[in-house]
Design a protein around this ligand. Structure first.
Ligand code: GP9
Ligand code: MN
Length: 438
């Protein structure tokens, strides 16, 4: 009811992170191109295998003078993977502890999310591009609830015997074929590209390997992962070439992010030799560190740097809104602007584990936390340090409360009881995604 929304509303009011003047509005009225890097983990950046860079193009963006790259940015998804990464980025609310948010609640919930906010406040046209069928994860109905103007799903692309792998269109073809739709969109636009080829089980047809030599770890999945990541990287180079040639590059801010891990916990120790570690010594602390994913903001005119701020997917929407010069104060979003001095620098994972600059806190079977010192990787004996113990408990309680508020909003569909001033509720019947634009 109306009452239930008052607690989270009070929370966001009390915890508002004021914008950083240096970044607020720097991307005002620029096109926003969000590139969802499927299953892409941060450790791939600047990594070499057999003397060869795995992702030479992303490496050239990372640390580029026009890219702000975060190196302590974490995915925060549960089982819902892509769906729940999208949920966080679009709505500023967490996904689900089990199952997919898109499938379970996306078709029926009320949203105040990026496409509608950008559309209503600054006249943005919005579009999603994805090479799988539109019904997967109920995207075709969720996007309407979010207020997406267009959804270019597999029906918009040329599909033939050699065009698909896994869930759908290969990334290079996907980007190449998307351009004819992208250049017809009214500007400014907010366009999201969800890549696919770097998805489990990471199988790349022979014809798409440009000479990359896979590593030889004990896991076939791990070896394959590098090959599809390399292919995804090459597809990005081609897309950027197009953006430059078409002139869109100069008018756009490009955001790249990894949605979640590609290598699951049960296979991750196979990576050890490539990370200069002993496979036998690999532990839960190492696994937690591997949940870093890229988050990069690339734009002509932005002052590039590698930013060490700790953050996660829940923080993207507040950050994006502030870059565009849209104040996020009246919206129910549970992350905070990464550039703000008030940014909450502890990242909570969907399973309740949390991490910040100093400590990695992982739930144990006794219902408390194993707390590791990030600099040494050593488990801390908390009973010998009651002060730290109390500090950790405090953070855990606060983070858990935040997640519970977000979960309440989603599970009870509470946004239907709150409409921010000036925001017009989205009517999904205003949107139709058929192949008519072409
Ligand atoms: C499917 C794709 C994959 O269309 O987005 O989702 P995931 O398996 O990563 O959750
Ligand atoms: Mn995914």
């Amino acid at each position: 009811s109306n009452n239930e929304i008052s607690v989270p509303l009070q929370y966001v009011t009390d915890n508002y992170a004021t914008p950083n003047k240096q970044y607020y509005g720097v991307a005002h009225k620029k096109n926003v191109i969000v590139i969802h890097l499927e299953s892409f983990q941060q450790f791939l950046i600047n990594m070499k295998v057999n003397g060869q860079e795995v992702t030479p193009f992303l490496n050239s963006l990372y640390g580029n003078k026009n890219t702000v790259s975060f190196d302590n940015f974490f995915h925060e998804v549960g089982q819902g993977k892509t769906s729940d990464a999208e949920t966080m980025l679009e709505s500023g609310l967490f996904g689900l502890p089990t199952g997919s948010f898109f499938t379970k609640m996306g078709p029926t919930n009320t949203f105040q999310s990026a496409p509608a906010i950008l559309g209503q406040t600054q006249g943005y046209t919005s579009a999603v591009f994805h090479g799988n069928v539109g019904s997967f994860y109920s995207r075709d109905s969720v996007y309407k609830n979010m207020g997406y103007n267009y959804f270019f799903d597999q029906q918009y692309f040329d599909v033939g015997p050699d065009t698909n792998v896994g869930f759908g269109l290969k990334d290079k073809l996907f980007f190449a074929e998307s351009t004819k739709y992208l250049e017809k969109l009214q500007q400014p636009f907010y366009a999201k590209f969800i890549t696919l080829t770097n998805h489990y089980s990471f199988d790349l047809p022979e014809m798409d390997n440009d000479g990359f030599v896979k590593p030889a770890t004990t896991s076939k999945v791990v070896n394959n992962y590098f090959e599809t990541a390399h292919y995804l990287d090459a597809s990005l180079r081609e897309f950027f070439d197009y953006l430059r040639a078409s002139g869109l590059y100069d008018k756009s801010m490009i955001i790249l992010y990894g949605d979640h891990y590609g290598i699951s916990d049960d296979k991750i120790a196979a990576l050890a030799p490539l990370m200069n570690k002993e496979q036998a010594d690999w532990n839960e602390f190492d696994t937690a560190q591997m949940q870093r994913v890229p988050f990069m903001i690339h734009m002509k005119g932005i002052k590039g740097k590698v930013d060490n701020t700790y953050g996660g997917e829940i923080d993207v929407l507040p950050t994006l809104l502030h870059l565009l010069g849209i104040n996020n104060q009246k919206y129910l979003q549970f992350g905070s602007d990464l550039f703000s001095k008030d940014h909450d620098k502890t990242v909570i994972f969907r399973n309740g584990n949390f991490i910040n600059k100093n400590y990695t806190s992982l739930k144990n079977s006794k219902g408390s936390y194993n707390v590791y010192d990030n600099t040494t990787g050593q488990l801390i004996n908390l009973s010998a340090d009651p002060e730290l113990n109390e500090k950790i408990t405090k953070i855990a309680t606060k983070k858990q409360q935040i997640m519970t508020m977000s979960d309440d909003i989603n599970s009870k569909n509470l946004l239907r009881f709150y409409t921010p001033t000036g925001f017009k509720p989205v009517d999904p019947s205003d949107y139709e995604y058929t192949d008519e634009v072409s």
